[in-house]
Design a protein around this ligand. Structure first.
Ligand SMILES: NC(=O)c1ccc[n+]([C@@H]2O[C@H](COP(=O)([O-])OP(=O)(O)OC[C@H]3O[C@@H](n4cnc5c(N)ncnc54)[C@H](OP(=O)(O)O)[C@@H]3O)[C@@H](O)[C@H]2O)c1
Length: 339
């Protein structure tokens, strides 16, 4: 099968498009034919060698976590899905990866039924961003109705899902982004919009109960200033030191928690996220769909830090190109779902 392999952890350029053996599912696993892969900052951080603990095996290694596809074959003890089922999910962290390929193996805990309302490209946009947003708001911050929640980078992969979850909860949602995302975020349910390029959020906000900090550094520090005593800041980019956490607690009565999707994700979250998608009250937003051969472009764009919603890579383009004549002869319909 074709796969995108990481040969060195010295940058996105070290990804190579190669032929590799198709993986075999273990007894409790499924072989998933990958239709689409969601891009996350984690992917290019790994390529740059910034998260070495997430690479479980020797290089070369196939990265990628978010996936939507079709069950191709079933391990002898795997009973939740059968061949032909459409599924989506996130490969386990830290010892998973492997979705930048035509086929990947996943356990039943890592996947769930793909909602009929979503294309493969849309479904692949959900797992990591959706699970992170859901866990951060409800497990780490215990967000309640009527609370004031500030979502930084509200237009990003995590943020745009968090805005929708929080709106459904009945919270008062404040989102930060640049001006071009104002209308997008208003439509998603943001009650107050702060253009971080024009004003400092701490100058216009106070009495916030919960902050979802997707930026870190100075933004974490300034976020503590807008939270009322007893409130919570959940930070995603990096774990603050124990001294920092203690200082914020002692001086501001604000709890700062690092949320780690690697450590804290549970399979049940994917199903909770899927339930809201199935109910039609949450939807991922995909800015662009790239072909499999364009994966480095997608990762570079993600690394620039200004993607609205999600970027997705489809494998159907490659399959379509290779199988075009065959399919034309067989009068088969293309399965590509580029939007
Ligand atoms: N700890 C974990 O388990 C975990 C899990 C998932 C993600 N993360 C981390 O969480 C962060 C966010 O992930 P993501 O997938 O949402 O990233 P993303 O999709 O790449 O975020 C892009 C968004 O960030 C916005 N943005 C950039 N600078 C901003 C600023 N100073 N203030 C407000 N918005 C800003 C951009 O909006 P504009 O274009 O309007 O600027 C853009 O919409 C990343 O650092 C990621 O590594 C951590």
């Amino acid at each position: 099968m074709k796969a995108i392999q990481l040969r060195e952890t010295d940058g996105i350029e070290s990804l190579q498009y190669e032929d590799v053996p198709r993986p075999e599912p273990r007894q409790d696993e499924y072989l998933v034919r990958v239709h689409a892969v969601g891009i996350n900052p984690l992917d290019w951080l790994i390529c740059r060698g910034m998260l070495p603990h997430l690479i479980d095996s020797d290089l070369p290694w196939i990265p990628g976590w978010d996936v939507s596809g079709v069950i191709e074959s079933v391990g002898t003890n795997a009973t939740a899905f059968t061949r032909g089922d459409t599924v989506y999910g996130m490969s386990r962290l830290p010892d998973g990866g492997g979705t930048f390929a035509e086929y990947t193996t996943m356990s039943g805990d890592e996947i769930t039924d793909k909602p009929d309302t979503l294309s493969h490209s849309e479904a692949a946009a959900v797992p990591m961003g959706g699970q992170t947003a859901f866990h951060a708001l409800y497990e780490a911050a215990k967000l309640d109705a009527d609370e004031r929640v500030l979502v930084h980078a509200a237009a990003g992969g995590v943020g745009h899902m968090a805005v929708q979850f929080a709106t459904n909860t009945g919270a008062h949602v404040i989102g930060t982004a640049s001006g071009r995302n104002k209308t997008f975020l208003r439509k998603l349910g943001v009650d107050e919009f702060v253009n971080y390029r024009k004003e400092r959020f701490e100058n216009v906000l106070d009495d916030v109960d919960v902050v979802l900090d997707t930026i870190g550094g100075d933004v974490l520090k300034r976020s503590v200033d807008v939270v009322q005593p007893g409130g919570v800041v959940v930070t995603l980019p990096e774990s603050p030191s124990q001294e920092t956490v203690k200082r914020y607690q002692d001086e501001h009565d604000v709890t700062v928690r690092f949320f780690d999707v690697i450590r804290d994700s549970e399979p049940v979250t994917l199903r909770q996220v899927a339930a809201q998608i199935n109910a039609g009250v949450v939807a991922p937003s995909v800015s662009d769909v790239y072909g499999f051969s364009e994966i480095q472009n997608a990762l570079s764009r993600s690394a620039n830090g200004h993607v609205r919603g999600k970027l997705v890579v489809t494998l159907m383009e490659m399959i379509d190109k290779r199988g075009f004549e065959h399919r034309a002869n067989q009068n088969m319909q293309p399965t590509d779902d580029i939007h």
